[in-house]
Design a protein around this ligand. Structure first.
Ligand SMILES: [Zn+2]
Length: 462
């Protein structure tokens, strides 16, 4: 078994006290010890010098749509509903090649921002375009990041009162069969799993009530988690009041969608009672501040949610609504949003770090494996270089990481003890080729969309 010793690092374990200069001892894929002072002498160990570095748990991304790497920069000034209506038609043209290129670039970009575990919510499955779900799983496998793909879906197109055009929705029975197949084919429930599947009908305005109920039954029968978008905009609330006479959280409660196996994306427009319902049921939320800002959706009541005991993690959201957003940067964005609205004590740098790590692990149901640096947990570790010429003018490295607009260099990123990033460079895949494949996925998607009669770039810029 491989032994790794990270030494002389400032350690912010998230659980327990910070260690100004200490070591982390890794055996195989687990942390076996950490503490102050010099590392123990272990013959044959790989030693990583953490002098001038901050060690944190690897960051956990709990909301994404990786395919959107291929549709960045479009519909730049639109509300959520306008943006969706413009982009559904572009997404209808995607194929497995687009998804593979987009997912590879998106996940590589995330790893470079300290992310060791990411979920992805894929909910557009146009017919005859290859196995899109398999394509993103392949990309994650090549990179070596822990991956939680959500088999998403939409069954309520325009003809049934939904927002998306009928061409991008699937049939109810097909969705349930495909979701079950995705779980049976890929889900690995074991401790240290690198691949877990969740089930996630897309949103209340694109999915029928029956599908929400049956998806929850299926997920619970299979022992996997549930994910969807909720309370992202006031347009959504109005839509639901009009169509079902209920606000979003009440509707979810009625459908059996509150519980410790559920995490929602966004959860912005919540009442005190909604927040309490989340806290009491153990329902999690993925806060995606950059995307929420980009779409003018609003600011989630994160500090109040944390105060009331609700679970909150972070997410970068799809790149079509957050472009080149780093997960490390979302800590800062989350903190600044709360402070701008509620004052300077609303969210501390350490709370932001906790959301990005332990909060994310809780969203994914993996708080016993991930999210903190503790003996027995997986060796998912980010080592940030905080002694650079400019960075070293701040003595608190956690503040240096969270307050800065510019991410400190990532000296090392370990996933289960394996090096994924070293000195800001991906080590498991060819970084430049990965980036080029992402750009090619963008060009290919626009070309395919044009072949289907949609002049994508032109129309969504107007
Ligand atoms: Zn989303």
């Amino acid at each position: 078994m491989k032994t790794i010793l990270i030494e002389n690092a400032y350690i912010a374990p998230v659980a327990g006290a910070e260690i100004p200069s200490g070591f982390i001892h890794v055996e195989g894929d687990r942390i076996v010890a950490l503490g102050a002072g010099p590392a123990p002498a272990i013959p044959g160990a790989t030693r990583i010098d953490g002098t001038g570095c901050l060690a944190t748990p690897g960051l956990v991304n709990t909301h994404h749509h990786l395919y959107q790497w291929a549709s960045q920069g479009l519909a730049q000034d639109a509300t959520l509903f306008e943006w969706l209506v413009a982009l559904y038609q572009v997404w209808a043209a995607m194929d497995a090649e687009v998804v593979k290129g987009a997912a590879g670039a998106g996940l590589g970009f995330l790893a470079l921002s300290g992310c060791t575990t990411s979920s992805d919510h894929h909910y557009v499955f146009p017919k005859g375009r290859g196995d899109l779900f398999a394509a993103e799983i392949e990309a994650a496998g090549e990179l070596g990041i822990r991956f939680h793909p959500v088999r998403g879906s939409m069954d309520r197109g325009k003809s049934r009162g939904g927002l998306p055009p009928d061409v991008v929705v699937e049939k109810h029975e097909e969705i349930l069969a495909e979701s079950e197949k995705a779980v049976d084919t890929y889900h690995d429930a074991s401790f240290s799993s690198k691949l877990r599947v969740a089930i996630g009908p897309c949103s209340p305005f694109s999915v029928s009530a029956e599908l929400m109920v049956e998806a929850a039954e299926l997920a619970r029968a299979k022992g996997v988690r549930l994910h969807t978008h909720l309370a992202e905009t006031l347009d959504e609330e109005e839509h639901l009041l009009e169509q079902v006479g209920m606000r979003p959280v009440d509707y979810m409660e009625k459908l059996g969608w509150l519980g410790p196996d559920v995490w929602f994306a966004h959860a912005i427009h919540l009442s005190d009672a909604d927040i309490d319902a989340f806290a009491q049921t153990g329902t999690g939320s993925a806060h995606c501040p950059s995307s929420n800002g980009r779409l003018g959706a609003g600011i989630a009541r994160v500090s109040e949610m944390l105060k009331r005991g609700a679970i909150v993690g972070l997410g970068v959201d799809g790149n079509a609504s957050s472009e080149l957003t780093t997960l490390s940067g979302e800590m800062r964005q989350a903190m600044l949003f709360q402070r701008a609205r509620y004052g300077p004590t609303a969210l501390t740098a350490r709370q932001a770090l906790e959301m990005a790590t332990l909060g994310g692990a809780k969203n994914l149901g993996r708080a016993d494996e991930l999210g903190t640096l503790e003996p027995g947990k997986l060796a998912d570790i980010a080592l940030w270089r905080t002694d650079g010429a400019f960075a070293s003018a701040i003595t608190d490295p956690v503040a240096g990481l969270v307050f800065a607009t510019r991410q400190p260099p990532l000296a090392r990123l370990l996933v289960g003890g394996e090096t994924i990033v070293e000195d800001d460079e991906l080590r498991t895949v060819a970084q430049d080729a990965l980036g080029r494949a992402g750009a090619e996925a963008h060009r290919r998607l626009l070309r395919l969309a044009e072949e289907q009669g949609f002049t994508a770039a032109k129309e969504v810029h107007e």
